[in-house]
Design a protein around this ligand. Sequence first.
Ligand code: SF4
Length: 155
Amino acid sequence: MEIRIAGVVPESIVDGDGIRYAIFMQGCLRHCEGCHNPATHPLDGGKIVDTSELISAIKRNPLLAGITLTGGEPLLQIPPALELAKATKNLGLNVWCYTGYTLEEIPPAAHELLNFIDVLVDGPFILAQRDLELDFRGSRNQRIIDLNEWRRNNG
Ligand code: SF4
């Protein structure tokens, strides 16, 4: 399945716990002031690759704890994000996902994808709440949500 990406970082240690295959998905309509990655905004930017290429690379690296879907806005490309998340879970690895939506705002079309995400880092980057001391996020409004725990608590 095709996916439009800005690029990947095959062994990231800044996009979640452990060593992660970080996939920077292309396209974001939010234009947060101070966004750290404006090159990912154009919907027609980046490059198109096949998810199977990414899955093969993930399979080849035994050091990975999981993948991180980031961007850009991963929820603008739900079908390939879902395919990557499912394949990653099938390998026994975990899935982190960054999104400019808050958990409460996630559109219904992305609810199946949520089922295959372990940790969601939610909310837009807000410059006035920027905090360089935070782990894995840029501004204080953003939350690192353990979705497995959230699912246990919300049935
Ligand atoms: S949601 Fe993320 S990628 Fe999109 S503009 Fe905001 S910080 Fe940048």
